[in-house]
Design a binder for this molecule. Structure first.
Ligand code: NAD
Length: 253
């Protein structure tokens, strides 16, 4: 039985993971961390990770970039493997994550769904096959509570495309300020925010006479919670420190 801690346990994803672990005989939630330290379930909740010194085989984090400064040193000091699902880190925070992964196993992904990770592979392949005659534009849509933009997934998709084509890689988030035609080197990324949309990602390959569109639609948060549970079992069993991703998880299945 793995004892896990959920950071951001009182948020939408924290609650979805809590609900899903209740059907899993291999997992028990030992504690939760949340700035809003209210106890809604059977486990204790702490505002500051340092207040919890009990057993923990791994931590799942679905909170906010603001939580990283207390969470990372805690996990490193206690040698606890970490699943970082939070998105929106700045470059300095990402550097800290990479440093921490030299001391503990860290699993990080902008998207825990199987379908999205397959989409990433399809985008990589489509960008390579279609080549320089096609402009690539990404449109992501999320609910009106999401604070970071573009989504971590849109950035994963843009990276997959630019990894396959050496002639592109300039991300353009706003066409309003520059009144000029699109450059070949650009990948346009547009963010839509509204209502309760869980997460939609569309990658458009627009050529001279044909357009290919790849589209993923998330219908519920359960797909991310299920991915988080797979990831926490994977990271808890790593013997080696390092920065792991969905690629490692999928190749281990
Ligand atoms: N990787 C993925 O597959 C995936 C999927 C869904 C969401 N996410 C990301 O997970 C994060 C959480 O998403 P959500 O929809 O559950 O958000 P949410 O706002 O519903 O929940 C966030 C929780 O974190 C807590 N929190 C905020 N700041 C904190 C801090 N400084 N310290 C401790 N706790 C803090 C909040 O009180 C809240 O309970 C976001 O970054 C989101 O983009 C990732």
């Amino acid at each position: 039985m793995l004892k896990i801690v959920i950071s951001g346990c009182n948020g939408r994803m924290g609650r979805a993971v809590t609900a899903m672990t209740q059907d899993d005989p291999d997992l028990e939630i030992a504690a939760g961390f949340d700035i809003n330290a209210v106890k809604y379930s059977y486990f204790p909740v702490y505002a500051d990770p340092m207040e919890y010194q009990g057993a923990a085989d791994a931590i799942i984090d679905f909170s906010s970039p603001a939580a990283l400064d207390s969470l990372l040193p805690y996990a490193v000091r206690r040698g606890i493997p970490l699943v970082l699902a939070t998105t929106g880190y700045n470059a300095g925070q990402q550097y800290q994550v990479e440093r921490a992964s030299e001391k503990i196993p860290v699993f990080q992904t902008g998207n825990l769904s199987l379908g999205v990770n397959l989409l990433v592979e399809l985008v990589r392949r489509a960008a390579a096959v279609l080549g320089s005659g096609f402009d690539i534009e990404i449109v992501e849509r999320h609910h009106n509570k999401k604070t970071d933009a573009p989504s971590g997934t849109a950035l994963m998709l843009a990276k997959a495309a630019s990894d396959s084509r050496s002639d592109i890689g300039e991300y353009v988030y706003d066409r309003h300020s520059a009144a000029q035609a699109r450059k070949r080197s650009e990948i346009g990324i547009s963010s839509v925010r509204g209502g309760s949309i869980i997460g939609d990602h569309e990658v458009i390959f627009a050529g001279a006479d044909e357009v290919l569109e790849l589209h993923h639609h998330a219908a519920s948060r359960e797909i991310f919670a299920a991915g988080a549970i797979k990831a926490v079992k994977f990271i808890a069993s790593r013997k080696e420190c390092g920065l792991y991703s969905m690629k490692h998880l999928l190749s281990s299945i």
